[in-house]
Design a protein around this ligand. Structure first.
Ligand code: CP
Ligand code: NVA
Length: 305
């Protein structure tokens, strides 16, 4: 039985996660053969965005269309939500029209409130705390390239942010060993690290990118300045100096290491153009896989409701 909502990647058990990845791979293969899969005919998805998006917005909208349903893009500023209608009233009203909600928000509390008040599934499409849909795509990409998760060495280089938090939990659930290398003051949420360790996760937090990258199967980074952190930009660019994925760092990893970046990327900052576009990069598969995993997620959360 799937949970009603996906707010955190840890809302899924290991079995549910593996089942979802299997279904994603099946839907990907069928799409490649142009075999239509339309289990969500007459189903609608509300997509609330408080922040910009390319991948999340487009992949969810295309996913709903291909599954036979319909998606509505709702910029939060254009909703009555932007004129002080409550989150809870918005959730209750949308529950009378549509069959699921995705929401990209500043505060994680907003997706919690939506989920509490909505009768329908609510999916976190990125909050300040987590980015679970991203991690589902990353897991599919890692499995395609590496075959299995157990014992893989993953190194996160950069900000201990929302994507990092979801990676910490996902690594624990799937049995990957994770090293997080971040500048002092940018460590991931201690509660996430604690939760991951309770789940049996092997997670190390260091301030040394070379130590983290040594022998890695997967190198992963993200922007130094996340949406909402723009006022700290100059300070962050200084603080993250030395935390770039470049050829020198890649040389510390395993020879068949893959490089992930959730995108958008900033060449010359968190990653060099050479590595982003080089032979080890899996970033475009990662972006494409957003579509396939979100289709699986929508089917698993919506089909029986
Ligand atoms: N990775 C990701 O979520 O990209 P967007 O911000 O373009 O949706
Ligand atoms: N950490 C980034 C991810 C963007 C997809 C942000 O929150 O802006």
């Amino acid at each position: 039985m799937m949970p009603k909502d996906l707010l955190s990647i840890s809302d899924l058990t290991r079995e549910e996660m593996l089942q979802l990845i299997d279904l994603s791979a099946e839907l990907k293969e069928k799409r490649g053969k142009r075999h239509a899969q339309t289990p969500l005919i007459n189903r609608s998805l509300a997509m609330i965005f408080e922040k910009p998006s390319t991948r999340t917005r487009v992949s969810f909208e295309v996913a709903m269309t291909e599954l036979g349903g319909h998606a509505l893009y709702l910029n939060s500023a254009d909703l009555q939500l932007g004129r002080s209608e409550t989150v809870c009233d918005t959730a209750m009203v949308l529950s009378r029209y549509v069959h699921a909600i995705i929401a990209r928000v500043y505060s994680h509390e907003t997706v919690r409130e939506l989920a509490k008040c909505a009768d329908i599934p609510v999916i976190n499409a990125l909050s300040d705390a987590e980015h679970p849909c991203q991690l589902l795509a990353d897991l599919l990409t890692i499995r395609e390239r590496k075959g299995d998760f157990q014992g893989l060495r993953v190194a996160w280089i950069g900000d201990g942010n929302n994507v990092c938090n979801s990676l910490i939990l996902a690594s624990a659930i799937t049995g990957m060993r994770l090293s997080v290398a971040c500048p002092t003051g940018y460590e991931p949420d201690q509660a996430m690290v604690g939760h991951a360790r309770e789940l049996g996760g092997d997670v190390v937090v260091t301030h040394d990118p070379v130590e983290a990258a040594a022998g890695a199967d997967v190198l992963y980074t993200d922007v130094w300045v996340s949406m909402g952190d723009e006022t700290e930009e100059q300070e962050r660019l200084r603080d993250f100096d030395g935390f770039q994925i470049n050829d020198a760092l890649l040389n510390r990893a395993k020879p068949d290491c893959i490089v992930l970046h959730c995108l958008p990327a900033h060449r010359g900052k968190e990653i060099t153009g050479e590595v982003l576009e080089g032979a080890h990069s899996a970033v475009l598969d990662q972006a494409e896989n957003r579509l396939h995993v979100q289709k699986a997620l929508l089917v698993m959360l919506m089909a029986e409701r």
